[in-house]
Design a protein around this ligand. Sequence first.
Ligand SMILES: *Cc1c(COP(=O)(O)O)cnc(C)c1O
Length: 426
Amino acid sequence: MTEIKPFKKRVWLSSPTMHGEELDYIKQAIDSNWVTTAGENINELEKMMASYVGMDHAVGLSSGTAALHMCMKLAGERINPGAKPGRALEGMRVFCSDMTFDASVNPVVYEGGEPVFIDTEPDTWNMDPKALKKAFETYPDTKLVVLAHLYGVPAKMDEILYLCRKYEALLIEDAAEALGAEYSGDIAKGKCGSFGDFAVISFNGNKIVTGSSGGMFLTRSEEDANKVRKWSTQSREDAPWYQHEELGYNYRMSNLIAGVVRGNMLHIDEHIASKKAIYERYREGFASLPVSMNPFESKAAPNYWLSGLLVDADHMCPQVRGEKDYLYTPESGKSCPCQILDRLNELNAEGRPVWKPMHMQPIYMNNAFITKDGSGRAVSNAYIKAGKATDCGADIFARGLCLPSDNKMTAEDQALIIEAVKRLFD
Ligand SMILES: *Cc1c(COP(=O)(O)O)cnc(C)c1O
């Protein structure tokens, strides 16, 4: 067997892919001296995003996290009118995706809310509608759900929308990773970011379309869009001086960054096509191994932002994770995410563990966690039982990983990565 040599140039998980128009739009902004948080790039990008996603209004912000914060304020205002500034969700439980980036959840806490984590289902790696139902039965007065579509795969939207309507809860869609992903269900039809009351897209450097940073808030309500425009520019009133009646934020998008996103957005279809090709090459390459790719429903068309891999439970070698370190024992015919990630790193390729579930994070250790069977806290301690978890999120965290998914990775590089992973299972 020939040895596989490390890549001379690092193969990234997901790096920006620039095309040229980005620079044209930045140049226009500089030539016209709109080097600020207003200008044509922002205006055009907002129109472009609203029409692309299928929402009526879009507001360009400094990050996806800032956009989520604005969603929390709006939701809090509706559910809990008259709350103190900065405490829009005071005393409120908020049902949140559990296996996600903490930026999905932190904005709940910025406004004094209490995240309650909802377990993950194995069919799309997103919020489990069965667990969400349990959560509504357990805490029926909860009026807000924050749902992430992980790795560009739409969640089970029909079931989740049905429950939100039944329990009259608002839905915030964290579509940060899912720009361009589509779902055609019975209740929910369209692009991710168009199903909730409010939605968020991120243009962070590793997302499928990027501006280096930046985010977009989406809504059907013109009034809400105007509120977010005002709040994100320090809540200035219409007066000849700086007049303030509400708490303000400096969250508006820069017109230069809007130029990068605007140019990059022209290529979203190509980006999705190349990510899809990467996913399919992995799926074919790993067909003979005891692993599977991150799954999606037949009514969903993901954007394939990151390709995920799950090792079959009976082909996991022993692996334990502590708070910051890990150990595993290689065994013939078996492997595990830690071993695969080590091997990728040796080859100068970047993989990543799947998002460590929020209920396992020290910062959220005391928050409620609901599985399809009820309180997840009562039955599992995912730290101790990693690999033998009783909840789906901890199980996917133990057995899953994100593969290098950069759309500048060549098919030859990818073939070597596939071969290297295959050899771990010999
Ligand atoms: C990237 C990301 C965010 C945050 O977006 P930023 O623009 O980096 O603030 C939020 N939620 C999820 C699921 C993300 O992946």
